[in-house]
Design a protein around this ligand. Structure first.
Ligand SMILES: Cc1cc2nc3c(=O)[nH]c(=O)nc-3n(C[C@H](O)[C@H](O)[C@H](O)COP(=O)(O)OP(=O)(O)OC[C@H]3O[C@@H](n4cnc5c(N)ncnc54)[C@H](O)[C@@H]3O)c2cc1C
Length: 493
């Protein structure tokens, strides 16, 4: 049993309250930590300065996928015999934007607030700052500041925001950072996109499909620098085929908005090129939301990512009371990974409060081992890219020998049923000594749903010989597994 001292939770003046756990930020990471600690019987308060649900629900995953799904569906339907010709009209951008609004709950967090209540979690709206050991002050929108004391844990889940490049006159450009890219209310005729990562590539795909003429400008020599090059090439080919212009190996040296009725953005590139666009999307990375959360009060540096150990405790702060979960710890800037961390951090906090020992074995319930070995990610472009574990380049950099096994997904019967002109490729990386898979990448239409099979194979360290007994259904794209295993076997004969 916990020593929760329930009678003490509200002190005499009500501006000073004691909880077992204080969670800062109600994005997916914060909500899930709070859910776990509350379910474990710990009195939990969550502090939120904007909308309960965080970036993911209103400006990231939900709206971006609502913009992309119609684009991918349309692209596939257009290539299907008997269906393509029936698509006489382009995508109805207005209807898609309305669908996006609905999928973002019209930027109203009513339902998520109701969920917090049903889970027994107290919500305090306002901007929270750590003010010392286990203490947080919340500046509330319509009242005096509230002082919170945590008996066991303060969990920082304040997430990340778009990191903007140092372009002169940035404000007067009125650029689109990621939030504007997912919530814009009209389709610009010409959209310039700066960046080559997931946000840049997904948003270029979506807005090109909705009717913008997209020009993507990237310092890098290709799209999606963190995925296998073959996957990035397939995406670049389709994006170009859809009409987008991709300019690699250059950057913007000068940018200005014309002002007046024209109001266009004029870009000068390092390679001498000039681009005129109606909007400029900046997708050049993420930074931590830690500059104004009181880190200095506990000896940490504001504005930096919060380093944690595998229990999500911040080791630089003594006493094992400060935790960081989700984007803010930079271990995997993805909603599902933040939620995974939250489940583990919740168990750590609850068991420490009980006085129970932690299970510190890899894959034990108190260590976020998957963060280090198998972070799955789907890029929802045309075609989809789904990857987990190591890429070939990462294995090389880490000095890990791997057998690289490739197969053309377009030769799989199920893929040809999916789309007759299916183009795609799969790669697995096999540890030659242990004969287990340590990385997998699939690129092609409909591969997102294949990814979890690879994640399970990696996490379970399933021997290749056992995988032969995992029989994929015919005719489904998952028969790619059989072809990969055959290729691996034939090569070793
Ligand atoms: C365009 C885009 C698309 C994406 N698509 C996907 C996707 O398809 N799948 C996926 O897995 N991931 C996706 N991501 C990443 C995903 O959005 C993040 O990984 C996820 O939102 C991180 O969750 P979090 O809880 O750590 O932080 P956030 O969601 O950023 O939530 C942090 C919360 O903390 C609050 N907060 C911050 N400071 C304070 C403070 N001082 N006091 C009180 N509250 C505070 C904020 O208001 C916010 O609500 C995408 C990201 C972007 C930008």
């Amino acid at each position: 049993m916990f020593d929760t001292a329930r009678d003490e939770t509200t002190m005499s003046d009500n501006l000073s309250r004691i909880y077992d756990v204080v969670v800062l930020g109600a994005g997916p990471a914060g909500e899930n930590v709070a859910d776990r600690t509350s379910a474990a019987g710990l009195r939990t308060v969550i502090v939120e300065s904007e909308l309960v649900g965080g970036e993911c629900s209103y400006w990231a995953c939900e709206p971006s996928k609502a913009l992309l799904r119609p684009a991918l569906l349309y692209a596939e339907a257009a290539r299907m015999p008997g269906v393509g010709a029936a698509l006489a009209r382009p995508i109805d951008a207005g209807a898609v934007l309305a669908y996006r609004d609905r999928m973002s709950a019209d930027w109203d967090d009513h339902d998520q607030v109701a969920w917090l209540k049903s889970a027994g979690i107290t919500l305090l709206r306002g901007h929270g700052r750590i003010t010392g050991e286990r203490r947080v002050t919340v500046e509330t929108p319509d009242g005096p500041a509230v002082q919170l004391t945590a008996r066991y844990a303060v969990v920082v889940c304040t997430g990340s925001r778009a990191a903007l490049p140092p372009l002169p006159g940035l404000d007067s450009l009125r650029p689109w950072p990621s939030r504007e890219a997912t919530s814009a209310r009209a389709v610009p005729s010409r959209l310039a996109v700066l960046g080559a990562g997931v946000v840049a590539t997904e948003m270029a795909t979506a807005w090109q499909a909705l009717g913008s003429r997209v020009t993507l400008i990237a310092r890098e020599s290709r799209l999606l620098p963190r995925v296998e090059p073959f996957a990035a090439e397939l995406v670049a080919e389709r994006l170009r085929g859809a009409g987008a212009e991709l300019r690699f190996g250059t950057t913007v040296t000068h940018a200005e908005r014309a002002g007046g009725p024209d109001d266009t953005v004029h870009l000068t590139l390092a390679d001498g090129g000039r681009i005129i666009a109606d909007e400029l999307l900046l997708a050049t990375g993420r930074g931590p939301r830690t500059e104004d959360i009181g880190l200095e009060s506990v000896g940490l540096i504001p504005g930096q990512w919060l380093h944690t150990d595998d229990t999500f405790t911040v080791p630089a702060v003594a006493g094992e009371w400060l935790y960081a979960v989700g984007d803010v710890n930079r271990r995997g800037l993805l909603t599902h990974q933040g939620k995974y961390q939250a489940r583990i951090a919740g168990a750590v906090i609850a068991d420490r409060a009980r006085g129970s020992a932690l299970d510190r074995e890899p894959w034990g319930r108190h260590l976020g081992t998957a963060d280090l070995m198998a972070v799955p990610q789907v890029v929802f472009t045309d075609p989809e890219v789904a990857a987990v574990g190591l890429t070939t380049e990462e294995a090389e950099r880490a000095g890990r020998p791997v057998d690289v096994v490739d197969y053309d997904i377009g030769r799989v019967a199920g893929a040809l049923q999916y789309l007759p002109d299916y183009r795609g490729q799969a790669r697995i990386l096999v540890d030659p000594d242990r004969r287990v898979i340590v990385g997998a990448t699939f690129a092609g239409p409909g591969v997102a749903e294949l990814l979890h099979s690879a994640t399970v194979a990696i996490i379970g360290e399933i021997p290749i010989d056992r995988l032969w007994h995992a029989v994929p259904s015919f005719p489904s794209i998952s028969e790619i597994w059989l072809r990969l295993l055959e290729t691996y076997r034939d090569r070793r004969r």
